[in-house]
Design a protein around this ligand. Sequence first.
Ligand code: NAD
Length: 330
Amino acid sequence: MTRQKRVLVCGAGGFIGTHLVARLKSEGCHVLGVDLKYPEFSESQADAFEIGDLRSPSVCERVVSDDVDEIYQLAADMGGAGFVFTGDNDAQIMHNSALINLNMLEAARLKRCPKIFYASSACIYPEHNQTDPENPRCEEDSAYPAAPDSEYGWEKLFSERLYLSYARNYDMGVAIGRYHNVFGPLGTWRGGREKAPAALCRKVCETQTGEIEVWGDGRQTRSFLYVDECVEGTLKLMRSGHGAPLNIGSDEMISINDLAKLIIEISGKTVAIRNVPGPEGVRGRNSDNQRISQTLGWAPTQPLRKGLSETYGWIEEQVNMPGAVPHSAA
Ligand code: NAD
């Protein structure tokens, strides 16, 4: 009989972690999840779930078992534009996430874990390559010379280098995915840490005035990756021999106003858009999928509309749930 693969998912109470745990379970792995909190919107499917603070070295050492085969390190202090780009949370973001990565990687080394995945971000790419909303540059090699637009991005870049150093000096197996705007059901949809697709779905669901506010002039561009494809790309990268950072994102670029229009269309409602000043990040960003296609023979292809329909349906259910508090009153 083949031995059941033993996997640790850090950040298993978060959005992508919840989906990753479910996928690993469906493949027959034994999964231990760890997080500061349980998943907010569903039961975790992990075999075991530890509530623990990964900023503590002793917690990291405790959750990494001697026989662990793979670690997925997704835990981070993060949020949407409203959390990352105001500057108010910079020290917290850098301190907390750097500690998690330093401690988890060291615990993985001490326990001789064969392979660890690190969830990096498109936020590591230089701001000056993302000023033209029609032609952002995000191919992997454009990360240097570095100039991310947020401290969140700088911490991710530092941690990428930390993982690469461990791979180089300690012969550890490391995989690094640069996620680009992941969305889908079971993601944060209110409270200030939600991303644009979830925030816009909620606004369209909740509007009483037939109007929604969209931050910025609405011409800033992004691409959005459905969470199932994010998990697929993560596993494909982890199981490849590729050690350098790789984009895991959609290359279907859309302006934020067009995203709002698509969501309005999906809702079947008549809703007007009002652009208002607000944190918006870089002017343009899109995943460059040339390298992932070449190295993994795979890239995300699901149309944005499909994932948005799933997500809108799920957020509509949340909004209409008995006892749900309208965002304006929350
Ligand atoms: P999330 O916030 O839902 O999940 C992160 C989890 O980490 C949370 O459940 C949080 O409680 C946990 N965590 C934070 N501090 C911790 C600590 N000290 N100890 C233990 N757990 C702690 O975020 P997500 O969207 O699931 O993202 C997962 C990873 O992917 C993160 O590292 C994030 O930076 C990265 N990423 C996500 C996106 C995206 O669009 N969602 C884009 C780029 C990168």
